[in-house]
Design a protein around this ligand. Structure first.
Ligand SMILES: CC(C)(COP(=O)(O)OP(=O)(O)OC[C@H]1O[C@@H](n2cnc3c(N)ncnc32)[C@H](O)[C@@H]1OP(=O)(O)O)[C@@H](O)C(=O)NCCC(=O)NCCS
Length: 153
């Protein structure tokens, strides 16, 4: 509670980026390495759409939305990573909402994702309106949770 009161307001900007740009690709790789450490393989940033959050120009967080193997019209929220020193400002939720705004007009009607031993991330999915579901063919780990949200009009 005390940390909430003392926390300075910050100015974050969330922008969709062109991952084909080599400089952007380097930033995404760096953010991935610093947020996921060695816990997840590097995604193919040339697939799907990617967002970077900056704070006064400095990259702070990233997220991606790629086509889901579950079918047409379904997007898979591939990664969300926030630099440790900027965790706690609700950036995961803000990026999820920014991605949903982009996904709707693109014709997606559903977004899915998964979490594994990650209470912070699971709570953020719940707060963004995602529900647990059980895929017919689970793609992650035995203890992973699967999240789904219908975003169509
Ligand atoms: C999961 C993640 C994206 C959440 O970041 P975030 O949006 O900044 O988190 P929130 O703002 O919702 O933080 C909620 C609370 O959890 C805490 N928290 C968030 N991330 C934390 C972390 N990695 N370690 C410890 N505490 C963390 C925050 O400090 C905050 O606590 P407070 O309310 O007492 O201040 C971020 O922790 C992260 O990048 N983790 C590594 C990569 C990862 O696991 N991604 C998700 C894969 S599904």
């Amino acid at each position: 509670m005390a940390s909430q009161i003392l926390r300075r307001p910050r100015r974050f900007r969330i922008n969709e980026v062109d991952a084909y740009d080599p400089d952007i690709m380097e930033v995404l790789k760096d953010l991935h390495a610093r947020t996921f450490l060695d816990r997840a393989p590097l995604p193919d940033f040339e697939i799907g759409h990617w967002w970077i959050t900056t704070e006064t120009g400095r990259p702070t967080a990233f997220a991606g939305l790629i086509p889901s193997a579950l079918g047409d019209g379904i997007g898979y929220l591939s990664r969300v990573g926030v630099l440790r020193e900027r965790c706690g400002y609700g950036l995961q939720r803000r990026m999820i909402r920014a991605i949903e705004q982009r996904a709707r007009p693109s014709g997606l009607y559903c977004i899915v994702s998964d979490t594994t031993d990650n209470i912070v991330s699971a709570n953020n999915f719940i707060r963004c309106g995602y529900s647990l579901f059980q895929p017919v063919q689970p793609w992650a780990w035995g203890n992973s949770l699967y999240w789904r949200k219908m975003i169509g009009a």
